[in-house]
Every structure is written in C-alpha cells, then in structure tokens.
Design a protein around this ligand. Sequence first.
Ligand code: ATP
Ligand code: MG
Ligand code: MG
Length: 375
Amino acid sequence: NAVIGIVGGGQLGRMSAMAAAKLGFKTHILTQDPNGPAAQVSSGITLGAYDDLAVLEQFARAVDVVTFEFENISADGLDCLAQHCPVRPSGAILRTSQDRSVEKTFLTQAGVPIAPWHPVTDHASLQVAAEKLGFPFILKTARDGYDGKGQRRVYTPDALTEAYAALAPRALVAEGMVDFACEISVMVVRGANGTVRCFDPAQNFHRNGILDITVAPAPIAPELTQQAQTLATTIAEKLELIGILGVEMFIDRTGNLLVNEIAPRPHNSGHWTMDACPVDQFDMHIRAVAGLPLPPAQRHADAVMKNLIGPDDMALWPQIIATPTFLPHLYGKAEARRGRKMGHVNLVFPYSGLPGALGIQDALGPLATPDTTEN
Ligand code: ATP
Ligand code: MG
Ligand code: MG
C-alpha cells in the first residue's frame, strides 16, 4: 500500500489523488494550503515551501514515490527529493519545460517542428528578433507563464518598447505569430517499462488566454492525428518520460503541425478523458508513476469539456447540477475569483468515427460562450 507524494495542492493534484485512491494508493501532498483542492482528498499533508530543504526531507520520508502537479516549483527541490525516492517525471524534464528557451532548443534537437523564435535578453536582441520574425509577433517570459500571463502581442514597431518594458527584466522569448487553423493537444503517457500511450488529439478554444473548451476528438484528418501522436511519442521517448505529459500544438493554414509547448503533468485539455475513456489521464499518470501496466488509451465516446472559470461561469452552477447530461467536476475552491478555474463540465456523446460531427455550440447549450475562437 504505497504512498504517492504529490508536490502541489491544486486541482490536478486533487484529481490525481482521486485516481490514486481507486488503485488503492494513499497520497501525501506537499502544499502551502491545508484546505486546497488536493489536500481535501489526500491522506496526508506536508505544509511548507517547495524549496525548503527541511520541508522536502520531511515530505520525502512520508512517501514512496514523488510526482508533481504544477510546474512553477524548484527543479533543484525535485533533485533533492530524488535522493530519497523516485521522482516521476524527473527534475530534468521539469527543467526543460520550465524555460521556453530550453524547451524550444530541446524540441528542435528532437526534430519536432516549432514556430520561429529568438531569445530576447535586451533591446538589441529584441530588435534582432523583430527584424527576423516581422510583425506581429509574441513576446513571452521564458519562465513562470501560465494561462496567457507573461505575454504581449507586438503588432507594430512603435509597440516594441512598451511590450518589452512590461515583461523585462526577465529573460524573454519572441515567437512568430502562427496563423493557426486549429489548436490541438495530445496527452501522452510513458510507463516505467517504456510503454507509450497517446490519447486522441483534442481541439482547444481559449478565452482571455485561458483554456475555455476542449472538443475530443479534434476535427482533423486521420493523417494529422497520426502525425500529432508520433510527435508526442517522440517527445516522451527523448525525455525518457515516466508519467503523463501534455503537448500543445498548432495546425497552420497549410496543414503543418507546430508544437507550442509541453507540460509534464496532467493537463486541463485532457479533462475530457475523465468521462470519455475507461482509463483517463489521471489513471494513466498514476499507473505510470506507480510502475503499473498502461492499458491502451481508448476512447469510448466523443466529448466536450467546458471549464468553469470565475464567478461568471459559476453563476451557471444551478443549471449545471440540474442537467443530468452535464457531468460536473468541481475542485473544492472556496472563492470564485475572476479567472480562477473552479471546475469543469464534461458532456459525452456516442462515439463517432467522424471527427467534427459534433456541433460545439449545440452540444453545450446554455454553457456555450459567445465567441470561443478568440484567444
Ligand atoms: P498555458 O496555460 O497553456 O500554460 P501559457 O501561458 O504557457 O498557457 P501559451 O500556451 O504559450 O501560454 O499561449 C497561450 C495561448 O496563446 C495559446 O494556447 C495560443 O492560443 C496562443 N498563442 C501562444 N503562442 C502563439 C503563437 N506563437 N502564435 C499564435 N498563437 C499563440
Ligand atoms: Mg504554458
Ligand atoms: Mg499553453
């Protein structure tokens, strides 16, 4: 009856802990919030900072294997934990995904196509990036960004200085703006014995920089599905991943796949698997972390996932809970602050071999958002 340690106390930790419980594991959380989403459903908690050595030692003594549920933690801390027990995925993988420059360099070395980019550390490198990329382009902080935070779109040369000032002095990357036809993600999981499984690609729609809706399967040609899963598999193998990882990709107007970023953890765009797959992303992750076999990543239904973000979406709660076809997943967060992910709703439909058969707006009914295509 092994104890799985989870660094981080948010909703991804909560749903991982619930999956672990199904397989008979206890979970022990390292968090600063004793009442957070993961702590509420775990058997043990170590309270404290992720980079405090004494705290890490105490946490390590309570667990048999460690995983993490968010990325803005110290990779050095994970290395320290690795002296006591296996850390899955490894601190090295976290280090790669934490810094966009390192991540992009890794992807290119792995032969994975990405958008053109340049590192930006000062005004001179900013000018070079602008000349090479042309306008518009996107400036992003190399580290610590999520939900579109730490990004500025630069449309004209006059806007350069202001965009730079808003993000500097942190290290930045400048990325060419991809005029994408579709944004998709693939959840890939690799077991301790090297077995790799990929879920079907799903299409993602963002609102205000935050994931709003995911549709599975993505309405793309079978060849693109194959290519997307091959890229995800390459990434998992090159990283020697153990655990699950989300790969965000663009499909440009000419049908080319470009990887945007990777996240070595369960991913919001994989929540549809919870009601459309016999073994969902959290089950797969826990199996990988615990060294158990990975069954095929089967899907038995089409699905739409709608995030419940902040007070506006939570205002729909009475309607959601009264509608039997809406499958709710709440995270147990007390306050519905603006932009905060409070939960999600899945809708499932009979399995179709016809991606795109699903009309999102029709499927979502009252949960449909006015403009889901805006980023
Ligand atoms: P996440 O919450 O997924 O970690 P993030 O803050 O790390 O988000 P990105 O995923 O890099 O940010 O960007 C957020 C969204 O902005 C993307 O999902 C995409 O819709 C859009 N975007 C980012 N980079 C580009 C690009 N180079 N071209 C076009 N759109 C982009
Ligand atoms: Mg990100
Ligand atoms: Mg992203």
